[in-house]
Design a protein around this ligand. Sequence first.
Ligand code: HEM
Length: 156
Amino acid sequence: MNTLYTISLYLHSWNRWIVLAAGVAVIAMALNGCRKQCEYGKQHKIASLIFMSSLHLQLLLGLLLYFVFSPITMHALSDFGAAMKNSTLRFWAVEHSFLNIVAIVLAQTGSILVKRKADARSKHKSTIIWMGIAFVLILLMIPMGFMGEARPWFRL
Ligand code: HEM
């Protein structure tokens, strides 16, 4: 395996745990905030910042893999029509990449809207809706065997 490919694949693989842990924290804290009607405080902002930063890093690494390093997507891009007939190539070239980009755009939109909301309850509610939908999409498209494609949970 090419070194830069290996490095980006490993980073992309491990960063998925930061994405998942931060996503769970953001949604759980917003649910709790809504239920207990508490302030949208510093801890909510920090959790959201970690979630968004891990998503941005995941997007950057994903784009690098997609267009530069991954032999799978290189192969798919060389004949896109044929790749669409192969479920594995289609997963990596379209489903995983495109739907995760949609998820990241939804999370980013949510994070902007939350900042614009005036009261704590609306902030918590917007977080639950936008981050929640983004998180479900990420879970559906993550190659951990939930929807077909399975890769190692811990790449060592
Ligand atoms: C939150 C978003 C994302 C998560 C959680 C995620 C997660 C993963 C995981 C767990 C793998 C398997 C790594 C391994 O084999 O150990 C993977 C592979 C891959 N991801 Fe993502 N990904 C995300 C977004 C993206 C995006 C936006 C793109 C492209 C624009 C992308 C492109 C790829 C490619 C091309 C591979 C396969 C590379 C290869 O095996 O050659 N990912 N992703």
